[in-house]
Design a protein. Sequence first.
Length: 269
Amino acid sequence: MTPIILVRGSSDIGSAVALALFRAGYFVFIHDSEKPAVTRRKMALCDAFFDGSAVLDGVSARLFDDISELAWRLQAHDLIPATAKDFDTVLSRLRPDVLIDARMRKHEYPEVQIALAPFTVGLGPNFTAGKTVHAAVETGWNDALGHVIWQGATRPLEGEPQTIGGHARERYVYAPAAGIFRTPFKIGDRVSEGEEIARVGSIPLRARISGILRGLTHDGVTVAYKTKVIEVDPRGDEANIIGIGERPGRIAEGALQAVRAWESGRNSA
């Protein structure tokens, strides 16, 4: 039987993983919060949680509140279902064969998930293959990007982000406090250094460099302190703001490799 795969997280990475698995023929669905604080929304399927549907690289995702209907659409395999229903309820009702944690909570240690499904995969720092999950995938910009780990811990969170157009950390703006994120801007808008882009509560958030908005949290989302909420790409018209990026694509390849290795072992047992 075709495995059912649950991907936790609708960011650019979680979405790339879901697309790779969907195109490989697996029955895959996405779980996230009701209003996920994702920035690269044109490179992800997260807007399905706000608008009811979204499209990425020609593949559609649709939000389902009814788990029975979601299960039927999984079998139809004509789109990627998404849901924000209670996680434990989703697990107990759908009983996925594979669980992939793509939430990329870099500063938090994810809970032990190895017992939540027959095969579990953790993406990024703070996972230990063989202990907290069955396998893990490296997600940092280095030679190990997309590498599958079957035993031991992934690399710790690394320093500066990738440099683009001569800029690294200053491409990003982080929430200065917890609160509701408000912005009149859209992804793809041009902004200038020092320009007010958004507010968290009454605190203004300004672009640190000039360029095009590559990442922007959805208006009205409640964000936590230090959450990444704005990303400016200094390359202007050459900015990559739509579709699957190189890093998410390589991570997705690693996740697919891990699932195929598990499935091969299961079928030969």
